[in-house]
Design a protein around this ligand. Structure first.
Ligand SMILES: *[C@@H]1O[C@H](CO)[C@@H](O)[C@H](O)[C@H]1NC(C)=O
Ligand SMILES: *[C@@H]1O[C@H](CO)[C@@H](O)[C@H](O)[C@H]1NC(C)=O
Ligand SMILES: *[C@@H]1O[C@H](CO)[C@@H](O)[C@H](O)[C@H]1NC(C)=O
Length: 322
């Protein structure tokens, strides 16, 4: 009874093996019939579709594609469904196209993707979790999108493997770095050529550039676009300036307090000076009175002094009468 299933296990195993083999055969770009029109597919699982005047994402891509290059075309959209079949994709170059939107689902299944290039497109905004599923992403290039003015603070928060991030030459005025500084592998950041606003909202960014300038590519071109008086200054230079400037947050009560304290110190000074003056005058008078009432026994010894002081008294008295 125990051994009974064994004979039937063999054909079952064979069928499973056959299915696996078949799946591999169909998935393999070399053996599958599929290679998109105007693209070149090689046996290294690289699909090259650059410079082909494509206006749409290529169809009929080999499922096991590891590198897909669709740069220098006029592709307007990355269809989430077609892209997410390519779960072995490691390298995706979409630079120089007409992509204007990337959504949370676009890269939903690309867990092996290590390189992503979205440069030279027409993106305007990057939302929360756009790159969330890309847990293996090492390098993200997203330069030269002239209208890209907003990146959500948490856009990169789950890209723990990210080492290189380049967002140069976009239209960014601010960047919340809270999630970026938490990425421990990050070693190179490109921020140059953006109209950064160097105000207190961007204090953290400027201080980051100041403290870890070595991380930043083209740090000399990473300059303020506003306010007018800081235009052209490097972010790294204004970092400390902003830190001092942005923490002078005194309220009106603080100013009132300082005014009152100042007045109190002034008043106390005046009063004590007056008091000291009075004491001095009283003391002088007391000394003089004492001099006039010298003991008769000591009069002989003190004759000279006494006569001098009498003289002085006389002078003083005459001055008084004048
Ligand atoms: C973008 O692609 C076009 C062809 O579609 C090409 O003429 C142009 O030089 C490319 N631009 C860049 C910056 O690579
Ligand atoms: C860049 O952003 C500013 C507003 O911050 C906007 O006025 C300007 O039109 C944008 N530039 C482009 C090329 O979209
Ligand atoms: C940056 O983003 C974090 C998390 O979204 C938020 O808590 C923080 O206040 C933001 N910082 C600034 C300066 O806006």
């Amino acid at each position: 009874m125990r051994l009974a299933p064994q004979p039937s296990a063999h054909p079952l195993r064979l069928i499973v093996l056959l299915l696996v083999l078949l799946a591999e055969v169909f998935a393999s770009p070399v053996l599958s019939t599929g290679c998109p029109d105007r693209c070149v597919c090689d046996d290294q699982l690289v699909v090259q579709c650059a410079d082909q005047h494509l206006t749409a994402f290529p169809v009929n891509l080999p499922l096991a594609t590891r590198q897909l290059i669709i740069s220098n075309n006029r592709i307007k959209e990355l269809p989430a469904l077609a892209l997410n079949y390519l779960s072995d994709l490691v390298y995706l170059d979409c630079s120089n196209n007409s992509l204007s939107e990337i959504s949370e689902s676009t890269f939903g299944n690309l867990r092996k993707l290590a390189y992503l290039d979205l440069s030279f497109n027409t993106l305007s905004s990057i939302e929360d979790r756009t790159f969330g599923p890309l847990s293996s992403l090492v390098m993200l290039r997203m330069t030269d999108n002239p209208g890209l003015s907003h990146i959500h603070p948490d856009a990169f928060s789950e890209n723990a493997a990210l080492q290189v991030l380049d967002v140069s030459r976009n239209n960014l005025t601010s960047l919340n770095i809270t999630s970026l500084i938490a990425l421990s592998a990050l070693r190179s950041v490109g921020l140059s050529g953006n109209p950064w606003s160097c105000d207190c909202d961007n204090e953290d960014l400027c201080l980051w550039v100041h403290l870890e300038g070595f991380k930043f590519q083209d740090e000399g071109q990473t300059v303020c676009g506003s306010p007018v008086d800081l235009e052209g200054n490097r972010l790294g230079e204004v970092g400390l300036q902003l830190r001092t400037l942005c923490h002078q947050t005194l309220g009106s009560w603080d100013y009132l307090f300082f005014v009152l304290i100042g007045f109190a110190i002034f008043a106390a000074g005046t009063v004590s000076a007056w008091f000291m003056g009075v004491i001095m005058v009283l003391y002088e008078r007391y000394i003089k009175k004492k001099d006039q009432q010298v003991d008769p026994e000591e009069e002989g010894e003190m004759l000279e002094t006494g006569s001098r002081s009498d003289q002085e008294n006389g002078n003083l008295n005459s001055a008084h009468t004048v």
